[in-house]
Design a protein around this ligand. Structure first.
Ligand code: HEC
Length: 125
């Protein structure tokens, strides 16, 4: 079940805790225009596995809001490659990620903008 986000008064972020999620993700209060577009793409093409707010799904796919995916370790091109040709499972016990059908480099650029803004709200820079 999806549980509603609740506001934490003292900060400029919202926290989202999804059932089955592998990470508690702080949500930025605002997203850039590109990130807003990316959020739609993410929810259409990635969230079925990586979970809402990229918080991961137990037994399915990892959270992308995770220190492993910080920009210096998994740069933006990693995301492009993952979408275009898939990923051989190596960091997690969830198996391979298949290539994502029906998505352009431009779409992935927006998705990366979204994931980076989520990461930054969680101190992953
Ligand atoms: C069918 C399920 C599934 C879908 C859909 C999916 N992923 Fe993945 N993804 C995975 C799994 C599983 C892994 C973990 C591989 C591992 O063990 O390192 C992964 C890993 C990744 C990685 C890490 C790549 C690396 O080199 O380690 C990135 C980036 C990524 N996904 C981005 C995306 C994006 C962006 C989308 C949507 C466009 C997406 N994924 C859709 C299952 C999925």
């Amino acid at each position: 079940m999806w549980s509603p986000t609740s506001q934490t008064a003292a900060t400029d972020t919202l926290i989202s805790i999804e059932e089955g999620a592998l990470a508690d993700v702080l949500l930025p209060k605002t997203l850039s225009q590109n990130a807003q577009i990316g959020k739609l793409g993410f929810e259409a093409k990635c969230a079925t596995c990586h979970g809402l707010n990229a918080a991961g799904q137990d037994g399915v796919a990892p959270p992308l809001v995770h220190i492993i995916y910080e920009p210096t370790h998994h740069g933006d091109e990693t995301f492009q490659r993952a979408a275009a040709v898939g990923v051989r499972g190596h960091h997690w016990p969830f198996g391979d990620m298949p290539p994502v059908e029906g998505i352009t480099r431009g779409d992935v650029t927006m998705i990366v903008a979204y994931v980076r803004e989520l990461q930054r709200a969680n101190g992953i820079n």
